[in-house]
Design a protein around this ligand. Sequence first.
Ligand SMILES: Nc1nc2c(c(=O)[nH]1)N[C@H]1C(S)=C(S)[C@@H](COP(=O)(O)O)O[C@H]1N2
Ligand SMILES: [Mo]
Length: 332
Amino acid sequence: MTPLADLFGIVTPNGLVYERHHAGVPKIDPAQHRVVIHGLVRQPRLFTVDDLLRFPSETRMYFLECSGNTGSEWNGPSGLPVQFTHGLLSCCEWTGVRLSTLLDEVGVDTSAQWILAEGADGAAMTRSLPLARILDRALIVYAQNGERLRPENGYPVRLIVPGFEGNTNIKWLRRIKLVQAPEMTREETSKYTNLLRDGTARQFVFEMDAKSVITRPSAGHRLTTHGYYAISGYAWSGRGRIRRVDVSTDGGMTWHPARINGPVQDRALTRFEADWRWNGGVANLQSRAIDETGYVQPTRAALVAARGVNSQYHYNGIQNWRIEETGEVRNA
Ligand SMILES: Nc1nc2c(c(=O)[nH]1)N[C@H]1C(S)=C(S)[C@@H](COP(=O)(O)O)O[C@H]1N2
Ligand SMILES: [Mo]
């Protein structure tokens, strides 16, 4: 998991990006690897990695968040530090080819509404994705933060679906099939559906809702000096840009707008900072993200009222860090 409390700015260095694999990291010979695009197309095609490198490229910063991120807090404060509550999260500069560019090459039939994307790992991780919602930004990438992808992150090619839950960003991409309707794969039936209170489940919950977390100070830290501290953290939304971040030091009774530090980019981590003086008393630090759609990050109570506690995925409640009189910072 990404050590968020030890990072500055918005970039996650490649060696510190969290890793999630359903069946380990496959060894792939890039000279042998192919990406096939087939199904409802005029002309199915195989692309080598060299083929992909010849197309016009696009470079963009996007966050990647596992839908299981912060699942530890559904039943109340877990006591864990931020690396283990929010560390299934990264933000990298991705370089690759637009999915739409490759689809133009094969000629998509008008009946194709979804794609099926499949990885070349032992899990053959496979997801169905709605074309209309991803076509203007999905990338097939070969580079991350300026260097080629690392084996753990999908070398030689992976799919990046900005703002969508982590598992849809298929690593070691080997196949895209154009289809009329979702294929109901293992990863969208037995996994990655969200069980609600009434026994029904949310399915195809793709966008990650707006969320934020204070990374400094955070659980496990200890304040040793009274006086000024800059409270610093990340905000992000799967639906676009962050509009505002509010910070509270009294457990959510009063809120003040934080400063946005650095660029505010579409579906990327945004760094915020707020001024605070610690006078030695108990304090409860919280942050609340508001995105460009007007969506406000909910309290845990509001989230649980709406979804119950069995959803497993997509927890985005406001996080509380409690400062004790000793200066100890706790997830409580
Ligand atoms: N082929 C394949 N793609 C995959 C996975 C996998 O196991 N196999 N894991 C997914 C999950 S659950 C997440 S959260 C992200 C993690 O990306 P990372 O390991 O580069 O951080 O990749 C996704 N893509
Ligand atoms: Mo994930």
